[in-house]
Design a protein around this ligand. Structure first.
Ligand SMILES: C[S@@+](CC[C@H](N)C(=O)[O-])C[C@H]1O[C@@H](n2cnc3c(N)ncnc32)[C@H](O)[C@@H]1O
Length: 211
C-alpha cells in the first residue's frame, strides 16, 4: 500500500465509516468470542468493536505504514500485532475460533489462496466475518465502468480490485454461507464504483457428529 494512502486512509474512509461501516462492524463483531484473528487489520477500524468475550486477539497486517498506525491505536490493549500476509499465515491448522476480514479480499493477490489460509487456521465450525466491496453483478452498466476504471484504481489504491466476486469465492473455498445470510448493500459515501458490498458470517464446516 502506498505510504501516502496509509497516511490518508482514515480520513478517506471517515464519511463511509459514519454512514454505514461503523454500524456494520459493530453488529458483525459483537457475537465473537475465544481466539480471534483479524487479517489485513489496517489502521484498526475494527478494534473498538471486539467484545470482551474475545480472549485472544491477533491482528495480522503486512504493510509497515499501516502497522505503525495500528500499533498507535491499540495503545494499552492486550493484542498481538503480527507482520503477516493472509496468503501465508504463520499459525498451525485450527488455531482460531473466528477470523475477521474487512475490505481486504479486494486487495490480496489471490482471494482463493487467502480464503484457503483463513479456512486452514479456523477451527471446524469457526466463523469468518467479512465485509467486502465487490463486482456490481446486478448492474451491468456499473460493472462495465468498474472494469474500465479498475486498472488505474488498482495502481492508485494499493492493488484494490473493483470486480472481485467474493461471495462466490467464499463458497468455492468450502465455507458454509446461505444466500439469506449475505447482506448486499451500498457502501454509502464511498467512491461510487466501490459501493456494491457484501457482508456476513461464513462458517468452516464442522465434521459430522458420530452418533
Ligand atoms: C482497505 S484496507 C482495510 C483495512 C481494515 N481491514 C479495515 O476494515 O479498515 C486493506 C488492508 O489489507 C491489507 N492487505 C493487502 N494485502 C494483504 C495481504 N496479502 N495480506 C494481508 N493483508 C493485506 C492492506 O495492507 C490494508 O491494511
Amino acid at each position: 500500500m502506498p505510504r501516502l494512502l496509509a497516511a490518508l486512509y482514515d480520513r478517506l474512509m471517515k464519511a463511509t465509516e459514519r454512514a454505514c461501516l461503523q454500524a456494520w462492524r459493530a453488529e458483525l463483531l459483537a457475537p465473537l468470542e475465544g481466539a480471534v484473528l483479524e487479517v489485513g487489520a489496517g489502521t484498526g477500524a475494527n478494534l473498538a468493536h471486539f467484545p470482551k468475550a474475545v480472549e485472544r486477539l491477533v491482528l495480522a497486517e503486512p504493510d509497515p505504514a499501516m502497522r505503525r498506525r495500528l500499533a498507535a491505536r491499540v495503545a494499552g490493549r492486550v493484542v498481538e500485532i503480527v507482520d503477516a500476509s493472509v496468503d501465508k499465515l504463520p499459525w498451525p491448522d485450527q488455531t482460531f475460533d473466528a477470523a475477521v476480514c474487512t475490505l481486504v479480499l479486494c486487495s490480496v493477490p489471490d482471494p482463493a489462496t487467502a480464503l484457503a489460509e483463513i479456512r486452514r487456521v479456523l477451527k471446524p465450525g469457526g466463523r469468518l466475518v467479512f465485509i467486502e466491496h465487490v463486482a456490481a453483478q446486478d448492474n451491468s452498466r456499473r460493472l462495465r465502468w468498474q472494469r474500465r476504471i479498475e486498472p488505474i484504481w488498482m495502481r492508485l489504491m494499493g492493488n484494490c480490485h473493483l470486480t472481485r466476486r467474493t461471495e462466490e469465492a467464499i463458497r468455492t473455498l468450502g465455507f458454509e454461507l446461505a444466500d439469506s445470510e449475505v447482506r448486499r448493500e451500498s457502501l454509502r459515501k464511498a467512491f461510487p464504483l466501490a459501493r456494491p458490498s457484501i457482508r456476513g458470517v461464513a462458517r468452516r464446516p464442522a465434521p459430522p457428529s458420530r452418533l
